[in-house]
Write a protein that binds this ligand. Structure first.
Ligand code: ASP
Ligand code: MG
Length: 421
C-alpha cells in the first residue's frame, strides 16, 4: 500500500479534542488506501514549559538530562494519538524514538538523525496495523541516551521517516493553511502559493518564515520528498495547502516567489581595521568559536592618512550582521581577540535596531533587473539600505527596523506578488 507520512504540530494536538480532529484526518487517509506514519509534536506550549522547568532547576544544565525532560511532551501525544485511533477502530500503536530506534548523533539538544531502521515498523504493517504513531523530535544517541533534534525538530523527524520508508509524500499539518508570498500579518495582499521549490523554501525557512524547520527542508530536498504544508483546522483534500517540491514540478513561476523578513538583527562594524591577509580569519574565527551566527558580511577598503609622514596605510571597515541576542557574545569575542593582539580596530559600532528583508525566487537565475527593481521600490518609500547581500536566488537588505513592515509591503507590491505567475 502507498505510504503517507502525516505530521501534526503542537497546536494540532493541543488537547484531546484537537487530537481527535487530527486522528479523523488520519482515518480518512487510511480509508483512501494509505498506510500512514503519524509524527506528533508535543501539545502546544508544552516544550516551552519543560524547557522552563529545566532552566529553573539547573541553569547550567546537563544537556543529556535536558533532553530526557524536554523530549517527554511528544511521548504523551504519541500515546494519546494511538489511543484515539484505536477508539476509531483504526489499528495503531505508538513508538518513542528509542523503540524504533531512531539513531542520532550525540549532540544533545541539536542531534542529527543518522539512521532509521525499518524492521520494527515494517513488521507491524505486515501484521495489518495501518498506522504507526511516532513521537517526533527525539532519538537515541550511540551512548543510548535520549536526544532531541532542536526546536521544531519533529518536522525533521517527519521528513526522515518519509525518506526512510519511501513515502509518496510528507504532509505537515499546522495552524496555517500553507506557505504565503509573505507574512499575512504584514500585508493582507499576501497570497498562498500552490507550489514552491525546495530551494526557495529553504531560503524562506532560514530567513525567518517559521513554518518549517530549516533542516527538514534540507532533508526533503536531498531525498526528493514532496512536502505539503496544510491546515489541520480546515477540511482538506489532495489540493489543499502548499506543495514544496522539485523545481521541475513547477510549471509557471514568478521571478520572485516571496518576501521574507527577520526582525531581530543587529549590525556591527569594526572601524579602521588593518587591511592585511588573514584579517578576516582573525575576526570571524573567534566569532564562530563563540557561537555567533554571522550572516551578512561587508568589507570596504579605504586608505588611512599616513602616520607621521609615512606611506598611507591600507585599512578597512568590516561590517557584519548577527541575531540581536548574540551581540553580547560577539562583543566579548572581539574584545578578547583585540586584547590578545590578534586584531586591531579603532571602534566597534553596534546597531541593534535593524531588520533584514529579502526577496526570494528561482526566476532570478534567468531574469536580470530584480535587484534594481527592489532598490527602486525601497527608494520610492524612503527606506535607506544599510547592507546588501545576494545569492543566486535571493537578495537581502538590512534596513532600520521601524521600516520593516513598510519595506515588505512595498516589495510585495513592486513584484506584484498578489497575482499568480
Ligand atoms: N515540541 C518540539 C518544539 O516545540 C518539537 C516540535 O514541535 O517540532 O520545538
Ligand atoms: Mg513547528
Amino acid at each position: 500500500m502507498p505510504l503517507l507520512v502525516m505530521k501534526f504540530g503542537g497546536t494540532s494536538v493541543a488537547d484531546p479534542a484537537r487530537i481527535r480532529a487530527a486522528a479523523e484526518k488520519v482515518r480518512a487517509e487510511v480509508a483512501r488506501g494509505h498506510d500512514v506514519i503519524v509524527i506528533v509534536s508535543a501539545m502546544a506550549g508544552r516544550t516551552n514549559e519543560l524547557v522552563g522547568w529545566v532552566n529553573e532547576t539547573s541553569p547550567l544544565y546537563d544537556a543529556r538530562e535536558y533532553d530526557a525532560v524536554v523530549s517527554s511532551g511528544e511521548n504523551v501525544t504519541a500515546g494519546l494519538m494511538a489511543l484515539t485511533l484505536q477508539e476509531m477502530d483504526v489499528p495503531a500503536r505508538s513508538w518513542q524514538g528509542w523503540q524504533v530506534p531512531i539513531r542520532t548523533s550525540s549532540a544533545h539538544g541539536a542531534a542529527r538523525i543518522e539512521e532509521i531502521p525499518r524492521a520494527a515498523l515494517d513488521a507491524k504493517f505486515a501484521e495489518g496495523f495501518r498506522v504507526a504513531v511516532i513521537a517526533g523530535f527525539q532519538g537515541l544517541s550511540p551512548e543510548n541516551r535520549i536526544t532531541t533534534l532542536g526546536r521544531g525538530g519533529s518536522d525533521t523527524t517527519a521528513v526522515a521517516f518519509a525518506a526512510a520508508f519511501g513515502a509518496i509524500r510528507c504532509d505537515i499539518y499546522t495552524d496555517v493553511d500553507g506557505i504565503y508570498t509573505t507574512d499575512p500579518r504584514i500585508t493582507a495582499k499576501a497570497r498562498k502559493l500552490a507550489r514552491i521549490s525546495f530551494e526557495e523554501m529553504l531560503e524562506l525557512a532560514s530567513l525567518g518564515a517559521k513554518v518549517l524547520q530549516t533542516r527538514s527542508v534540507e532533508l526533503a530536498m536531498r531525498y526528493k520528498v514532496p512536502l505539503r504544508v496544510l491546515s489541520s483546522f480546515e477540511d482538506t483534500d489532495d489540493t489543499s495547502g502548499t506543495l514544496v517540491c522539485d523545481e521541475e514540478a513547477i510549471m509557471e513561476s514568478n521571478v520572485v516567489s516571496g518576501v521574507a523578513h527577520s526582525r531581530e538583527e543587529a549590525k556591527l562594524t569594526l572601524v579602521t581595521v588593518e587591511d592585511r591577509p588573514g584579517i578576516a580569519a582573525a575576526i570571524f574565527g573567534p566569532l564562530a568559536e563563540a557561537g555567533v551566527n554571522v550572516d551578512m558580511i561587508v568589507q570596504n577598503i579605504s586608505e588611512a592618512a599616513p602616520v607621521d609622514g609615512g606611506a598611507p596605510r591600507a585599512v578597512t571597515d568590516m561590517t557584519f550582521s548577527c541575531p540581536t541576542d548574540q551581540v553580547a557574545r560577539a562583543e566579548r569575542a572581539l574584545a578578547a581577540a583585540r586584547a590578545r593582539g590578534d586584531i586591531g580596530y579603532e571602534t566597534l559600532e553596534i546597531d541593534t535596531e535593524v531588520a533584514k528583508v529579502s526577496v526570494v525566487g528561482i526566476g532570478m537565475r534567468s531574469h536580470a533587473g530584480v535587484a534594481s527593481r527592489m532598490f527602486a521600490a525601497l527608494a520610492e518609500h524612503g527606506v535607506n539600505i544599510k547592507v546588501i547581500a545576494t545569492s543566486e536566488i535571493k537578495i537581502s537588505v538590512l534596513i532600520d527596523r521601524k521600516y520593516m513592515e513598510l519595506a515588505v509591503q512595498a516589495l510585495h507590491d513592486a513584484f506584484a506578488l498578489d497575482k499568480a505567475g
